[in-house]
Ligand binder design. Structure first.
Ligand code: SF4
Ligand code: SF4
Length: 294
């Protein structure tokens, strides 16, 4: 009983699929025929807009293209179809600008993958659907896409020119002021200053010319090293973030330590008081920084 049922079921599905196929055939039987009489009616042949026949640079109605000669299309092309030649030009404000000189495209090796056009940052490329590309020699497939004469660099507007002149004058004035300003003397810490003073005393106490020259050389060497160190520290301090604010208690402790440095009578006492001051100050500032981060 089951096999008879299956038989009629498959017969029904066969007839349904046959009718489905015949409906497509019947529809095509009455559809108007499209026969292209190429090349006689080439004006009436309209390939799909998505058809990629040939890469081209998009020109606007004023004859400008948007290529900025960045070279992205050349780099992404998988088979070296694109070769760019660029040049540097000088703009009205004296800046150097890279410009496209020749955009060379080899249609013979293009695989129409469109990677070049989709990766162009300025949307300067697209594909024409001009399908008649047959030629007798391969060399004719090598094309220069920037075929229109190059436009001169645009002239600045009066506002741009005025702004540029004002900025130039301000820069020149700042440079002049910086050159004229005397360099601020570097401040040495008391320990370094004490070491230099000691050497100065030795120079003064030298009895022979040789002793004097040796002491002077030692002094010059030490002074150069200490000044270089102080300059480095000053530069680091200038670029360092602002120190956290100390509270009144911490500031009072530092002031007391500073007073002890001032009150010291001998170099040894001064050096010891200075070391203590630096230690206290470093500890208090570290604590203030930790508190600021909380
Ligand atoms: S990616 Fe676009 S802008 Fe860059 S060189 Fe190619 S065409 Fe020009
Ligand atoms: S379509 Fe593909 S193969 Fe052709 S030039 Fe562009 S990136 Fe190269």
């Amino acid at each position: 009983m089951g096999s008879v049922k299956d038989y009629f079921k498959s017969l029904g599905s066969g007839i349904s699929s046959l009718l489905q196929g015949l409906s497509v055939t019947g529809k095509e039987l009455v559809t108007p025929k499209i026969t292209e009489f190429y090349p006689e009616d080439r004006d009436k042949v309209h390939p799909s807009k998505r058809f990629r026949a040939e890469l081209r640079l998009i020109y606007d109605k004023d004859g400008n293209h948007k290529c900025i000669a960045c070279g992205t299309c050349e780099r992404v092309c998988p088979n070296g179809t694109i070769a760019l030649e660029t040049k540097m030009v000088e703009t009205w404000d004296g800046k150097k600008k890279k410009k496209l000189d020749k955009y060379l495209y080899d249609l013979g090796s293009c695989t129409f993958c469109q990677l070049c056009a989709t990766n162009c940052p300025t949307n300067a490329l697209d594909f024409s659907n001009d399908f008649e590309q047959a030629v007798f020699t391969r060399s004719k497939l090598l094309k220069k896409l920037n075929y229109l004469p190059e436009k001169p660099e645009p002239e600045p507007t009066p506002e741009q020119r005025a702004k540029y002149e004002a900025e130039k004058a301000a820069k020149a004035a700042a440079a002049k002021a910086a050159a004229a300003a005397p360099a601020a003397p570097l401040k040495l810490d008391p320990k370094s200053q004490a070491a230099l003073d000691g050497l100065k005393a030795k120079i003064a106490a030298a009895t022979t010319d040789e002793e004097k020259a040796a002491a002077q050389a030692k002094y010059d060497k030490l002074e150069a090293a200490l000044k270089a160190k102080a300059a480095k520290e000053a530069a680091a301090a200038a670029s360092a973030p602002a120190a956290p604010q100390l509270d009144a208690k911490a500031q009072a402790a530092i002031d007391a330590a500073k007073a002890k440095v001032d009150a010291a009578t001998t170099p040894e006492e001064k050096a010891a008081a200075q070391a203590k001051l630096e230690k206290i100050e470093a500890a208090l500032r570290a604590k203030a920084a930790r508190d600021a981060q909380k």
